[in-house]
Design a protein around this ligand. Structure first.
Ligand code: FPP
Length: 279
């Protein structure tokens, strides 16, 4: 099923509107929160909330790919989540297995490249095997980079990076003076992802919950009051519109940012003219 041929006129119009607002965030990261509360409020077991959450994952992945987002990272299971009741953990692992089995063909057909971050060795063997196969199968794809954070936590990755840097210093591969922000980033599991520009959290909670702590340093944060199972394309459009109307200052002043944008526009124009003259 080709997602681009599947768009309704209304989705197409909304997606074009968003693209016309300017630069999309390169890397959108989502804390998919509120599955349990959604189910409990409906008198259902918590696992029913996770199952419904899988439908939101399907829709948001498809819509992100249609809009042209290059990186989407979903917080699907944290290291802290292992402390949940065994039945919920087993249920979540089987939902993940189901998702990989049922979605991989469509993801592949639509150019999605799958990645993971986290302590994968803690996951059930079958999930590890499916992930490995899916990552290999989609490794040449050029569309959306979908990263599933599984048994992941930001502090865990930072500590792991520090240990590896320590080892490389001991082996003489690097010296302490070589340690810079970019060298440090290259030791993280997210080394091949750009920093997270835009972090969305559902269910109205305002916490980072140990997600991409280093990578979101200058990211914009957006909180949706919807529970994750209710978060669908229209909610993503709203979030993106909100992001695209913000001014990202990276510690500078507003007028510096305006000047920078004008200079960039001017040099792009000059470059274009040079190319025309060269022809
Ligand atoms: C947080 O909600 C959500 C999770 C711990 C799991 C997220 C998993 C899914 C959406 C399932 C499908 C995922 C993939 C990648 C196929 P919560 O249970 O903590 O909600 P609560 O705060 O209301 O209890």
């Amino acid at each position: 099923m080709n997602w681009n041929n599947q768009r309704s006129a209304s989705d197409l119009a909304k997606q074009e509107d968003i693209n016309s607002l300017g630069k999309l965030p390169k890397h959108v990261a989502i804390i998919m929160d509120g599955n349990g509360r959604w189910a409990t409020e409906k008198g259902m077991p918590r696992i029913a909330g996770h199952k419904a959450g899988m439908e939101s994952v399907r829709e948001i992945v498809k819509t992100s790919s249609q809009i042209g987002i290059k990186y989407l990272t979903l917080y699907a299971f944290s290291i802290e989540n292992w402390k949940r009741p065994a039945t919920e953990v087993t249920g979540l692992m089987s939902i993940l297995e189901q998702y990989l089995r049922s979605e991989i063909d469509e993801l592949h057909e639509n150019g999605v490249r799958l990645h993971t971050i986290g302590k994968l060795s803690s996951l059930p063997k079958m999930v590890q095997k499916l992930l490995k196969e899916s990552i290999e199968r989609t490794s040449d794809n050029q569309g959306l980079n979908l990263t599933l954070a599984l048994s992941y936590s930001g502090r865990w990755d930072i500590v792991r990076a520090v240990q590896m840097i320590g080892l490389d210093v001991r082996r003489g591969k690097i010296s302490p003076e070589d340690i810079s922000e970019s060298l440090f980033s290259s030791y993280l599991q997210t080394a091949n992802l750009p920093d997270a520009d835009f972090m969305i959290r559902t269910s109205g909670e305002m916490r980072l919950s140990n997600f991409l702590l280093w990578e979101v340093a200058y990211g914009e944060i957006y909180i949706s009051n919807k529970y994750w199972p209710e978060f669908r394309s229209d909610d993503l459009y709203l979030a993106l519109q909100n992001y695209m109307n913000r001014e990202r200052r990276y510690g500078m002043t507003s007028s510096q940012i305006v000047n920078q944008a004008q200079n960039e526009k001017h040099s792009n124009y000059l470059q274009k003219m040079m190319n025309v003259l060269k022809k």
